[in-house]
Design a protein around this ligand. Structure first.
Ligand SMILES: *Cc1c(COP(=O)(O)O)cnc(C)c1O
Length: 404
């Protein structure tokens, strides 16, 4: 019988033991095997229900089992899943057009992941500088505490030595400044600087939003010196801050931006986008490629996601429920001595504790609430963007039961 394999009818512990025997141990996973999802809830294979405030790390923005989204994917599967980038396909054309519209950027390259979008952004910046002066020793300024992914280029610009150390040497010519400290950026700028790269809101590093002042000063500096501003919107983009892309709040525009996570709402896809200036003066035919990137299935997901964002007024919901979440979290800060502060924008929030939060997250899981950390002392809140105020109340009530 199809589906009755080795593990059929095993309990959760049995599956976990099999997983640990087969998978490379690169994650300390929570002791749960999820089976299905419905809206903002997940169910494990034993039928237990969980309120999800992680959404697959800021991915499942529209919630689980959205009928229109699922139907669109099923239809595309029956039509055409993959062709290769040597040919055109209609979903990718539509997805690129829509992405241009919502971002105001001019050129799109689809990737399979966030890290791969960062790789492309770095290559575009280096090629842009190379075409200007013919030299190859250009530098990129990235930020301390940043996170840009696990591939070698993305790791090279990730400002956390712990992630990089065992994998040295990195790609080289990367300097690290401090987010929101413009003088620290100036200290590293020289005639070799080709790009300044940072997350508009640092995610993994602890939910640190870039300030208006920092953003404006860096943008001005980049314009004056023809340095490319690269904004990583992989986690903070796609509506999470109440804007389609977090930088749109500042009335400025990057030269290159990266997007992924919620872009496909579960189908693995990312993109890097650029202005016409960069597009016309960087990567050309033969310079970059990918087998899967922007294949019809992934592109159909993007098209439907962007359509549903509009139809379901996702941004308006984030702005309303985001403020409510902030208020409720601020009330916890006031009430509990173990909590230091709250940081974040919209539905990307962090609660900073005085002690490690691992045990709180484990207890929450037992009580049917999925949470995740960002660094050892911070609980990160990245729920589906369709959550309601009642869902926030439900989350707060369970979270309180885990706090003493
Ligand atoms: C998750 C993330 C990445 C890496 O994306 P992957 O799809 O895991 O490769 C890069 N930058 C930021 C800001 C992220 O949050």
């Amino acid at each position: 019988m199809i589906g009755k394999g080795v593990g059929a009818n095993m309990d959760m512990q049995g599956y976990i033991e099999e997983a640990e025997a087969a998978l490379l141990h690169t994650y300390n996973r929570y002791q749960v095997v999820f089976d299905k999802g419905e809206g903002v809830y997940l169910y494990d294979i034993e039928g237990k229900k969980y309120l999800d405030f992680v959404s697959g790390i800021a991915v499942f923005a529209l919630g689980y089992r959205n009928k229109e989204y699922n139907d669109a994917l099923k239809a595309q599967i029956d039509k055409l899943i993959h062709t290769s980038n040597y040919y055109y396909n209609v979903p990718a054309i539509e997805a690129a057009k829509k992405l241009k519209e919502i971002s105001g950027m001019d050129r799109v390259f689809f990737t399979n992941s966030g890290a791969e979008a960062i790789e492309g952004a770095i290559k575009a910046a280096r090629k842009y500088a190379y075409l200007k002066d013919g030299t190859t020793d250009h530098e990129i300024i990235a930020m301390e505490h940043s996170f840009h992914g696990r591939t070698m280029g993305a790791l090279s610009v990730t400002g956390n030595p712990h992630y990089r150390e065992a994998f040295e040497p990195m790609i080289g010519n990367i300097r690290f400044a401090k987010l929101n400290d413009f003088d620290s950026v100036l200290e590293h700028v020289n005639e070799k600087t080709c790009a300044i790269l940072f997350e508009t809101v640092q995610g993994e590093g602890g939910i640190y939003p870039a300030t208006e002042d920092f953003m404006q000063k860096v943008k001005k500096l980049c314009e004056e010196k023809d340095i490319l501003l690269i904004l990583d919107e992989i986690q903070c983009g796609m509506g999470r801050t109440g804007y389609m892309y977090a930088w749109q709040r500042f009335g400025i525009k990057p030269d290159i931006m990266t997007t992924a996570k919620a872009l496909g709402c579960g189908v693995p896809v990312g993109a890097f986008l650029m202005t016409e200036k960069v597009g016309a003066n960087s990567l050309a035919a033969g310079d970059h490629g990918t087998t899967y990137g922007g294949n019809p299935l992934a592109a159909a997901a993007i098209c439907k996601v962007l359509e549903l964002f509009e139809k379901e007024n996702v941004l308006a919901n984030v702005r309303e429920v985001g403020v409510y979440l902030e208020e409720q979290l601020d009330a916890l800060v006031a009430e509990y001595d173990c909590i230091e502060t709250r940081r974040g924008i919209g539905l990307l929030q962090g609660l900073v504790f005085k002690e490690p939060v691992g045990d709180i997250i484990k207890k929450a899981m037992e009580k049917g609430l999925v949470l995740i950390n960002a660094g050892s002392n911070i609980i990160r809140f990245v729920p589906p963007l369709i959550i309601s105020k009642q869902n926030v109340d439900e989350m707060i009530s369970i979270l309180k039961q885990t706090l003493v």
